[in-house]
Design a binder for this molecule. Structure first.
Ligand SMILES: *Cc1c(COP(=O)(O)O)cnc(C)c1O
Length: 380
């Protein structure tokens, strides 16, 4: 079987994990936790990074540190993984669903601008959604499959109305937009090191920021809002969201290999695109001007009429594929939330297939997948 996306552990993982076990530093403190945070901040190009136990936990803390309170609104794309939306609800806030850009699959920055300008207004110093009367606190774009959102425009639009921005950069570690890495644009940004991401710590995540205040708040809340480690005093309802030293050891070893992983992913993406160029029924995702994506996931679009049959054909050939996530506004628990002009996301969702994209994927395997796609279209 050719898997969709599996980890690639080819460096110092064993050595660093052994060091944790040999020195008895296996839990939520230890040199690798500190080192991983520091090396990550340096890699991304930000002042601070706080390692946490999942990307979801990181997103939750990033929203809280940006001031999201019960009853607020957070603007999110409908085309994303469910964690992006769940964390809004963990804060007691309400998601408002935005459409996707047809080329990048990321939050449509033009519709966002129109929504903030036409559907919201300033009331007594607060920026409020006219329909719901709720305060619009944060916009949370997602760099879908590794491709950066239009951060320049999104930041300008949000800043104009005093709305904070959190990058859900969980899929885009190492991607750049005009030479700047994702995670450096917003008030706070979050990466994930889950097993299917471009690099892994087994499970884990990180919140990165240039803000001393956001950093202090995230660090505090991730460790039970502890203010005194001797008498165990706490000044808030915090969380245990810390990463363990063993996980950070794996993460540190993976980070050493990240640039190589990205090279490999980009080479395979280019090979897929080249080999599929002759198949006129297939569109391969494009990279926008000024973007260098980490190419975490490879997505093709085919007509809705062929999508499911093609996936069945590939699965029969033992090629693991998946449609793009079911859209968030279609989930029962979020169906009551406001939606704004969702036209492109449903079209992309109905046409999209994610192809195998592991860092360990070989050229022969790419050829095998492409030949299976060609075989399907030669019979229809
Ligand atoms: C992976 C992912 C997350 C959550 O990360 P975990 O580490 O699995 O909690 C959040 N948002 C998006 C878009 C993701 O792909």
């Amino acid at each position: 079987m050719i898997p969709l996306s599996v980890p690639h552990l080819a460096g110092n993982e064993w050595k660093y994990v052994r060091e944790c076990l040999d020195t008895n530093w296996v839990s939520s403190a230890g040199s690798f936790v500190t080192r991983f945070g520091e090396e990550l901040a340096e890699y991304v190009g930000v002042k601070h990074a706080v390692a946490v136990n999942t990307g979801s936990a990181g997103l939750h803390l990033a929203l809280l540190a940006c001031g999201v309170q019960e009853g607020d609104e957070v603007i999110v794309p409908t085309l994303t993984f469910i964690a992006t939306i769940n964390v809004v609800r963990y804060c007691g806030a309400h998601p408002v669903f935005m459409d996707a850009d047809p080329e990048t699959f990321c939050l449509d920055e033009k519709k966002l601008k129109r929504f903030l300008e036409e559907e919201c207004e300033e009331r007594e110093g607060q920026f409020v959604n006219k329909t719901s009367g709720r305060v619009v606190r944060v916009v949370m774009p997602v760099h879908v499959f590794g491709h950066p959102s239009a951060m320049g425009d999104i930041m300008t639009t949000a800043r104009a109305h005093g709305v904070k921005v959190v990058e859900d950069a969980t899929e885009s570690l190492g991607s750049t937009l005009h030479g700047r890495k994702t995670g450096t644009f917003a008030d706070a940004s979050v990466f994930s090191f889950n097993g299917n991401k471009i690099m892994t710590s087994g499970g884990g995540g990180a919140v990165v920021t240039d803000s001393d205040d956001v950093h202090a708040r995230v660090k505090h809340l991730a460790n039970q809002a502890n203010t005194d480690v001797f008498i165990y005093d706490h000044d808030d309802v915090g969380f245990n969201y810390r990463l363990t030293n063993v996980q950070a050891a794996i993460g540190a070893a993976q980070l050493e290999q990240l640039d190589g992983f990205i090279e490999k992913k980009r080479r395979n993406a280019a090979l897929y695109a080249e080999l599929l160029a002759s198949v006129h029924q297939v569109e391969f995702a494009v990279e926008r001007e000024g973007v260098r994506s980490n190419c975490w996931f490879y997505t093709i679009l085919v007509s809705t009429q062929h999508r499911d049959a093609l996936m069945a054909h590939l699965v029969e050939k033992k090629i693991q594929v998946r449609p793009i996530w079911k859209l968030m506004h279609e989930m029962d628990m979020f169906s009551v939330c406001q939606q704004y002009e969702l036209t492109e996301a449903p079209r992309i969702q109905s046409m999209g297939i994610n192809l195998p994209c592991s860092t360990s994927l070989t050229e022969d395997e790419v050829h095998f997948v492409v030949n299976a796609i060609k075989e399907y279209f030669s019979h229809v």
